[in-house]
Design a protein around this ligand. Sequence first.
Ligand SMILES: Nc1ncnc2c1ncn2[C@@H]1O[C@H](COP(=O)(O)OP(=O)(O)OP(=O)(O)O)[C@@H](O)[C@H]1O
Ligand SMILES: [Mg+2]
Length: 297
Amino acid sequence: MSVTNATHRSAGTPAASQTATRRGDPADASRGGALVVSGVSVKYQSQGDEQPVLAVDDVSLEAAPGEFVAIVGPSGCGKSTLLKAVAGLLPTSSGSVSFGGETQARLGFVFQSDALLPWKTAAENVEIAIKMSFRQVSKGRLSKAKLQEKAIELLEQFGLGESTHKYPAQLSGGMRKRVALARAVAYEPSAFLMDEPFSALDAQTRIRVGNFFLRMLEDLGQTVLFVTHDIEEAVAMADRVIVLSKGPGRVIETINVTIPRPRDYHDTRFHPLFKDLQQRVWDSLGYSQGATSGDGE
Ligand SMILES: Nc1ncnc2c1ncn2[C@@H]1O[C@H](COP(=O)(O)OP(=O)(O)OP(=O)(O)O)[C@@H](O)[C@H]1O
Ligand SMILES: [Mg+2]
């Protein structure tokens, strides 16, 4: 079904734009259906007489239920644009997006900017997502105390146990990103759309958060579309890596990551298949044998 010119009913606030439901009643949303992106192009309207900018060109991809698909490509090639179009936050100029054959699904977003509500504490930002999820899925309510307890528990998993009462302005970029991640997880979506979610995290925190996320996916089996500039991270986490060309983004190649699961965010990099897969992604991006030409990562 086409979602061209999709209107997004909960995209009005920064918080909602992170935990939105793509059209319709989330209670009806298909949990675990395949995500199918078919021939999607996205144009940005320019000001004045200039021609519209084609940012994404005829992209088709699929993520099976529970599949982890990473998207890599040069800066400016349209990765964020594609993700926003899949989320229904940007209109497509052609093509369609569906989730288990429907145009709606419970989606958890983590965008490049963290978009937290500045007037809410870290815990309160997460509480909103828990509240929304509980209302939509269980059609019930949680007491304030229970909401707070759950939010704090989750923030502890992201290493933020000491900062639950702080406001976004009092947190570092990496901490804010972790709150945004906790909020997306708290929403219990059927699919995650993630735009460089770990980019602001230090190496140790990345391993901790990456492993928490991988374990959660093993338990709950959500589908993930994951944009990253980090080729190693893409190979360590994904079932497939989709390589986009420089802008306007087109799919150049899809690389199957055959490393078995369960995986460890860090240790997987020492698996015998890892180096070869990583090199295939670099080759696809135009960086062969350490060549330095091109517009790559
Ligand atoms: N709101 C906008 N209006 C007009 N053009 C835009 C807008 N947002 C992005 N673009 C253009 O669309 C193209 C794709 O941008 P996008 O942000 O999707 O790239 P990206 O692959 O996510 O880059 P990066 O890796 O740097 O985050 C770029 O040429 C960019 O200049
Ligand atoms: Mg981007």
